[in-house]
Structure formats: C-alpha cells, structure tokens
Design a protein around this ligand. Structure first.
Ligand code: SF4
Length: 218
C-alpha cells in the first residue's frame, strides 16, 4: 500500500470521512464514495472507480469544470471501491494530487510558493501577470479563491516574501487546514493549495491586460 492510500485508510477508519464535497464511507466490501449532499439518498447511480474522471469533468448543468476543486461537483452518483487503493484512485480523479500533497504536508515536508514568486517565474504571454498590483491581488484572490463559489482548497501560500496574507477579503478559515471549506463545520480532510494554480495566474494576467486596455482607452 502506498503512503497516500495508507493515510486515507487511517483517516476514514478514524471517522474523518469527508474531503471537499466528497463523503467516503466504509462498507463490508471496501469503500463507498458519494457527494456530501447525497448521503442517505437511495436513488444514486451506481458507478465504478473508472467513472470518477467523467464525474469530475462536468457540473450538474453539464458545464465543463476547469478547476477540479471548485464547489461544483455533480450529484447523483455513488462509487464502489474495493480497497483503499481504488478509493484513493477515485479521489485522485476527482481532486487530482490532493492526497499526495496532504501526505507531504502531514510529514512536514510540504513547501509553498508565494504568489509573487509564481508570477515572477512566468514566461511568454503570462509574464505580464507579474505587473498586477497588491490591491488587485487582494480583490482578485478574494473573489477567485473564495470557498463559496470559487474553490474549496485551503490556501497555504502567501502573497509575497513578506508573508502577507493573500487577500484580506478572505476569512481566516480559508487558511486553516482544520476548517471545513464547505462551511458546515464538519471534520474534513483538507484540499490544500500550496501554490497558485494556472487559472489564478491567467486571471492575474487578464486583470493586468484589462487595466492596461482601460487606461489606454481614449
Ligand atoms: S489558487 Fe488555489 S485556492 Fe485559488 S483557485 Fe487556484 S487552486 Fe483554488
């Protein structure tokens, strides 16, 4: 058994059975995964581990989900996993890389990268993203990464080398791995964000471009 699988098994048997919008429960034959809002429903579509990739792709209105940790996971399904390896595979399809990152974090080996560092190392068309101002970062991150409608990850990175908080518009819970980002106050396995994602970098670029276009308009 690999370390992330071992970690998952110990968390679930220790009754920590939620990750993001997923509920994981132990069954006689292994694990059952479903949407947290679907617990107790008896009309769920029965799925296999390999279906997880498709489940994660589109939301309930069939819109593509570019950000897998957005709080838009579709409902109405139930995945049966025979063991922790299969359960980890399903979770990895729905929340890519998050169990491995959690394992590294728990071992005290997770390094984080500030937003400024991430932006400064961009090249090509994304290089301009580094010109975003601190005020713009505050507004953008406060909206883009917010848990209610943006992203369910817990932010571990800082805005810059001065260790400034990424956005004063986000509540302290957004930076607390012990907090339930769904706002239900339940004990959860956190989805950690150790570095700004490509989508946030692209949004920084768009903001700089928009500002440039607005200031050069006649
Ligand atoms: S930077 Fe992290 S918290 Fe923000 S949207 Fe991207 S993955 Fe989510």
């Amino acid at each position: 058994m690999k370390e992330p699988e071992r970690l998952l098994e110990s968390l679930v048997t220790g009754k920590i059975s939620r990750i993001g919008q997923l509920e994981i429960s132990l069954s006689e034959n292994g694990f059952i995964l479903c949407h947290r809002e679907d617990v107790g429903r008896i009309d769920l579509q029965q799925c296999q581990v390999d279906d997880a990739v498709e489940i994660a792709k589109f939301d309930d209105k069939d819109r593509y989900r570019p950000l897998k940790t957005a709080p838009t996971l579709r409902r109405g399904w139930k995945i049966f996993a025979n063991n922790s390896e299969e359960a980890s595979r399903a979770i990895d399809a729905i929340y890519p890389g998050r169990l491995a990152v959690l394992h590294t974090f728990k071992g005290g080996r997770l390094s984080t990268t500030s937003l400024r560092e991430t932006l400064n190392r961009q090249s090509g068309m994304y290089r301009v993203a580094a010109k975003i101002s601190d005020e713009q970062v505050d507004a953008l991150v406060g909206n883009f990464c917010r848990s209610d409608g943006g992203c369910l990850r817990t932010i571990l990175w800082k805005r810059d080398e001065r260790k400034t908080v990424p956005s004063a518009k986000l509540p302290p819970e957004k930076f607390d791995p012990a907090a339930d980002q769904m706002g239900k106050g339940e004990t959860c396995i956190p989805l950690l964000c150790q570095e700004a994602c490509n989508l946030l970098v692209a949004a920084c670029r768009d903001m700089v471009k928009m500002e440039g276009a607005a200031s050069s308009a006649p």
